[in-house]
Design a protein around this ligand. Sequence first.
Ligand SMILES: *[C@@H]1O[C@H](CO)[C@@H](O)[C@H](O)[C@H]1NC(C)=O
Ligand SMILES: *[C@@H]1O[C@H](CO)[C@@H](O)[C@H](O)[C@H]1NC(C)=O
Ligand SMILES: *[C@@H]1O[C@H](CO)[C@@H](O)[C@H](O)[C@H]1NC(C)=O
Length: 207
Amino acid sequence: MLSTVTCGALAIAFIGLTLTSSVQGSNHPISNDIVCPTNSHVSFVHNNYMYNAPLHKFTDITGSFFNISWYDSAAVTSTTGTDNVPGATRSGTLAGAIFNQTLTAMDKRPDALIFSYHGNGSTFARRGYPVLTLDGYSETMRFESICGGKATYIDVLTYVCSDNQPLAYSAWSKLHTSTFDGLAMTFGATVLAGRLSSCVLILKSSP
Ligand SMILES: *[C@@H]1O[C@H](CO)[C@@H](O)[C@H](O)[C@H]1NC(C)=O
Ligand SMILES: *[C@@H]1O[C@H](CO)[C@@H](O)[C@H](O)[C@H]1NC(C)=O
Ligand SMILES: *[C@@H]1O[C@H](CO)[C@@H](O)[C@H](O)[C@H]1NC(C)=O
C-alpha cells in the first residue's frame, strides 16, 4: 500500500503534469526543469509578442535548430545529431559567449512551432552590460498562428541558473525583444505597440 506521503507526492506530480499540458497545449513535453549548483538559483524570464505577419514568415527563418543566425546573429560552428531531432546539439558564439545547447523537444505543426533546448553554463559579455555568468539555462519557444492565419503569437520561457537574477532577467528579456522585433521588421510586420490582444486591431495595423 502507498503511504500518505507517497500519495501526496503522486497527487502533486499529477497536478504538475496536468497544468503543464494545459499550459503548453498538445503533448509538448516540458523540459525546462534545471538544477542549479550551490550559490546559483533558478529564475525565469517570460516574454510574449504578437506580430501582424503569418506564422511561416517566422518559422521559415526559425525552423532549424542548426541555424540561429536570427538569434542575435549567433553563429553555429559545430553540431552533432540530426537537425530538429531531440538530442541534437549545437555550439558556437552568441552575445560574446560560447554556447553549447542540446535540443530537448521539437513539435512542428501547420499552426505552430514549439521547441525546447538546454544550454550549458556560459559567461556572456554583452556590450553595455556587466559580465553575466550563467550556470545553465533552458528555453522553450512557441510560434503560433493566430487571427485566422494573418498574425503570429510568440511565447518565450527561459529558465536560468545564475548568481545575478536581475541582470539575467534584463539581459535575456532585451535579447528576446530585440530578436523578435528585429525579425518582424525584416519582412515589414508591425511591432504592435502595447501588445494589443485583439485581432481586429492587429489586422487593422497590417502592413
Ligand atoms: C540560416 O538562415 C538564414 C535566414 O533564414 C539564411 O539566410 C542562411 O542562408 C541560413 N544559413 C545556412 C547555413 O543555411
Ligand atoms: C562548446 O562549444 C565550443 C564552441 O563550439 C567548443 O569549442 C567546446 O568544445 C564545446 N564544449 C562542450 C563541453 O561541448
Ligand atoms: C551540458 O548539459 C547537458 C544537459 O543538457 C549535460 O548532460 C552535460 O553534462 C553538460 N555538460 C557540461 C560540460 O556542463
